[in-house]
Write a protein that binds this ligand. Structure first.
Ligand code: SF4
Ligand code: SF4
Length: 95
């Protein structure tokens, strides 16, 4: 799914720079490489790449990231389609 873009300006991702302590965990866990650290300052490179998997928010030690997981998650949508085609129960989580 790398390179996948969701609808522009619809991702729920929000970062509070005042709470960020520059640990870099979000940079490590984001599957789409949305984040970069410049020194201890966090940059969000391209919010429209966010799939709302929630990994960054779950791993942020200071609560600096808020995202509503699954709202725009393409992986979950695709998994749901495939599950329905195969007559299986759709997964409740994608990542
Ligand atoms: S929710 Fe997932 S895809 Fe979006 S910024 Fe966080 S880790 Fe990356
Ligand atoms: S995980 Fe949280 S505290 Fe760490 S760099 Fe990312 S936003 Fe900042």
């Amino acid at each position: 799914m790398r390179g996948y873009r969701y609808l522009d300006h619809t991702a729920t991702l929000q970062v509070d720079p005042q709470r960020c302590v520059g640990c870099g965990l979000c940079v490590t866990v984001c599957p789409h490489r949305l984040f970069a650290l410049e020194g201890r300052a966090l940059r969000v490179l391209d919010p429209d790449l966010c799939m709302e998997c929630g990994a960054c928010a779950r791993n942020c030690p200071s609560g600096a990231i808020a995202v509503t997981p699954g709202v725009g998650c393409a992986a979950a949508i695709l998994a749901g389609w495939v599950s329905r085609l195969l007559g299986r129960k759709a997964p409740t989580r994608c990542c």
